[in-house]
Design a protein around this ligand. Sequence first.
Ligand code: ADP
Ligand code: MG
Length: 466
Amino acid sequence: MAYKDELFDLWSETFMNLKQSCSEHEKDMWLSLIAYHSGDDNRIILNLPSQFHIDQIIKRYGNQIEEILLSLAGKPILVEYRTAKGETPPVSKKPEKDEKNQNIQNMPTDFPSSLNIKNKEKHPQLREDYNFDDFVVGENNSFAANAALAISKNPGTNYNPFLIYGGVGLGKTHLMQAIGNSIYQNFENTSVIYAPTETFINEFTYAIRTKTTQQFKNKYRNVDVLLLDDIHYLEDKTGTQEELFHTFNALYDANKQMVFTCDRPVTELKNIVPRLKSRFARGLNVDLQPPNFETRLAILNQKLDQKNAHIPLDVVEFIAQNITTNIRDMEAALLKVTAYAELVGKDVTVEIAQQQLKQIISIPLPGRLTISLIQKVVAGYFNFTPNDLKGRKRTKAISFPRQISMYIIRELTDYSTTEIGLEFGGRDHTTVMHSVQKIEDQLKTDSTLEPIIQKLINEIQEQAHE
Ligand code: ADP
Ligand code: MG
């Protein structure tokens, strides 16, 4: 990194020491976010993504960092932290009264902060706020985020193509555009195209109609970085698939970076020509999972920081506890609550938030076909509880109803196998695929199974419409 200086080594050693005493989870969740900024004399400046992270790091590791620094340097080292945006003056925070020990923090060891970014014009198709600094890293996305970061530093080399998959609102587009923004800002003369797959399809159809396919090819086959969002829209679009196959080969052979996103694992895409599918699966495929409570809290705080908005901590926690599906829903909830506060000009309370978010929070109505309803009915039929289905036990007695539940969920709903796996105690999507396959096979040979499944489906549908 360009900004190495004499205190960098001291910090590196401190950081290594700190890491040794932390769990993997803590490393992903917190330590991976600390970035060294600079140092001089007896002072180290560290960057963190937001004020929230600074507070958390001080609370969790402040004393420990001071102690390690003191023991390594043999004298007190002042630690200042700032948010990675670099806009706030470094504020020294003292964890306790002791003056010398201001603290530390920080993180994203390698997260490119805005410091690295040259002030190029904004990229026409990319949102500026979809950048790495504003992407909160938690255990649900740290692998994807780190891979994205690695790619943005060395495009077209190791992970090509890079494919991010996962449910709606989990940050696929954000991460993809962060790669685009970072490369666009940090590499001279590098062209980046971002296109939602629908746009790619429409442009191609238009090119055929107007006999301008050559222009289309020129555009997409000569780019340095191609970001194609939501490739599941290619299902059934054979003509566009064919074109993309050739685009892919041209870019791949020229070592140009490709990034794709998809709402499910590539293996679950239907009606995509196998040779294109196998190309998507090349390179690196990573998934994004829903964030846990701590990460949800960090994301909400980051969004508040970004907007310079303030709502009481208990209200933020209330939202983090109740909106668990995805980040887009969390943002919608936050917007609703902050808009209300602004409108009526008073502080939000948990009661007000509850009132305002009534509709959003009660989304899993009993009248809807939800995974939990299906689990409840199937478990009940076999004299188990839904928790048994989610548990780790693998006796035949419990495996069978578990497989049936997964099969019925696939039959009746649009949940992906990744999402289903999560609702069964965090099982892998391949386990779900396997279970569904088992039931499909058994249905072919065992004629007693079909009526049981039909009965369960009737019962589920009845309850869903009650
Ligand atoms: P997807 O493409 O997976 O449907 P998006 O990338 O559009 O999801 O993300 C939905 C919203 O959630 C965006 O506003 C995005 O900025 C925000 N978001 C998602 N993940 C994170 C994260 N880890 N940190 C901060 N914001 C996030
Ligand atoms: Mg998206």
